[in-house]
Design a protein around this ligand. Sequence first.
Ligand SMILES: Nc1ncnc2c1ncn2[C@@H]1O[C@H](COP(=O)(O)OP(=O)(O)OP(=O)(O)O)[C@@H](O)[C@H]1O
Ligand SMILES: [Mg+2]
Length: 675
Amino acid sequence: MHRFRRIFRSASRLQLASASGVEFYSPSYCRILLLRREKSSDPSKVSNLFTPLLIKAEPEESDMGVGKELTGNISKSELIKVLNKFYTRPEVKQMCTENGLDSYLQHQAYISFRRYCLECESLPVDIHIVVSDILKGAAHITDMFPYFLKHARQIFPHLDCMDDLKRISDLTSPPSWYPSARAIKRKIIFHAGPTNSGKTYRALERFLTAKSGVYCGPLKLLAAEVYKKANERGTPCDLVTGEERKYSLGEGNPSPHVSCTVEMTAVNTPYEVAVIDEIQLLRDPGRGWAWTRAFLGVMAEELHVCGEAAAIDLISALALTCNEDVEVHTYKRLTDLKVEDEAVGNFENVQAGDCIVCFSKNDIYSVSRTLETNGREAAVIYGGLPPGTKLAQAQKFNDPESSCKLLIATDAIGMGLNLKLPIITAIKFPIKSRSFYTGLEKKRIRSSTVYRFPKHLQSIFEGICTVDDSLYFMCNTDDFKFLADMIQHVPLALRARYIFCCAPINRKMPFVCSMFLKFARQFSRNDPITYSWLCRSIGYPFSVPHSLGDLIHLECVFDVLDLYLWLGTRFPDFFPAVYQVRELQEQLDNIIQQGVTMITRLVLTSQQSNEEDVSDDEDFSQLPKKVARNLLKGRGKLTDKLMAQGLLTPNMLNQLRKEWKQVSSTVQTNDFLQL
Ligand SMILES: Nc1ncnc2c1ncn2[C@@H]1O[C@H](COP(=O)(O)OP(=O)(O)OP(=O)(O)O)[C@@H](O)[C@H]1O
Ligand SMILES: [Mg+2]
């Protein structure tokens, strides 16, 4: 029986148990490129993305002076008068709109047309004649329009292909993108129920007994678990994630069964059974597209989806658009869930077997320190840890022989780890309201759709695409755009640029971002990213972390290696060292494990060094206080900028601080400012 004890009373507490969210996914998971399209997208925002081409005011030689000869001279002031009058006429605005020029494009086109006419040494003959006729009253002011429109189309060539753009941006019928799946009538079974009710178990039983099958999971850890389980049960099964493919029947010989992360689902391979786990995640703004794609596209005679009952309506509606029915199997919890009446109150009341769920890494650090001060040993699990470390920590907690009886975790524990938890103490640190897993509100559930292009194209596409927003929304592409910006000046072919922009990296980690940029630069120079180059760049050999900063840096290095493997599966010629990199990851996983084991010591070291920093602040009394403090604390615009550009890593910053402390007594304010 799972017993919930509470330190703080809160209605949201129970939601921690159904840990099916996305908040704590490891940074290494694909977080891809989806746009959320607001219903009322402003078309002028799309126009703003188009920059007018510069048209030189050089009429053809044969035109030179002909207009003047035919109809006499036109002074600049007369010309300006005609142009201004033309642009203020409501009929002109109306004709512009009818020809696809919104107010932004009209304005830009007018500025350009006016400049063109005024800078021309001699107006093109046709324009000269029409202006002259307008001045004489022989033509209407709107007769200028064809010349204006011709100019507008020259400076905005996209106007000519807008219809085609709209056609290819028509996203109103995603089911039709998967003709192979539409060619078969799939039997869809929805396994609905709360967490720990046996949904995945039942679907997997069917998967394992089928002639062929695919399991599509939300996490690498889960995909790996199914891969292991299938092979142990005598069903040869391959593992496919963004970073690797493991063959069960020998290299290059695919098995009829595949366990994969949902992004890697093959939509052109026929299977007898497909299982899509945690189906409610198709509403996730970042990764939801992968569930939508798998659901609409997988070619399976029998499709089992497992997830929260709140997603039944959406799945049924999507199935209807595929002319398919959904059979719903509902499940009850296998174990009772009981919320205790009494709050735990304080850490001394935490008992052996308890799991303390925190909401950030910092809370993990402070709780582990507090527990250790009370002489309690705890295992630690959070999303950013490598899979091996998570498993080792889970093992330590699960092992009845182990002296470690407590677990401190973010809700990364919710997916993919089997934990023996007779009692879960859900603690919210700090007490601030954050809603997790809040269920799917009917009106807001829509499935997400993906489109991926380099940033500028992506934004244009986002603006003009049409989506059936009763069922779909475009996902969030901020990460994609961030990466596109970062490599904007690196000369890459479109396809390579696009793939680089899809890389699943955490943009909040400067070191990972800087390595991403280095990979892209090296790639653009046609230089393979060799093992020795990589080792030099990541500071190999690794050493056991001495501070929290070191530990976090090693986690980043792990992600860099993940990035290498991810790119390696797409550009094997340029990332040739995948086998060695996997070995490096194993070593690093072990070192991170050692770091996590002594996390309390790392917290202490970091606190002490912070305290030292604070006292050293006094040494800087000569310096502008804010600047000195920022340098010591690693904050401030310059520091942020250098970190963001990857020119400064946490390690380098630490080193810099140490060196700075040594020389601080001799450095004068002016020297510092000149630095
Ligand atoms: N019929 C069964 N026989 C034996 N073990 C079972 C059975 N059903 C479920 N289990 C076990 O119970 C545990 C929970 O089951 P499962 O993972 O399928 O739950 P779930 O409903 O998918 O939960 P979640 O929503 O958290 O993914 C697993 O360890 C599973 O192996
Ligand atoms: Mg499950």
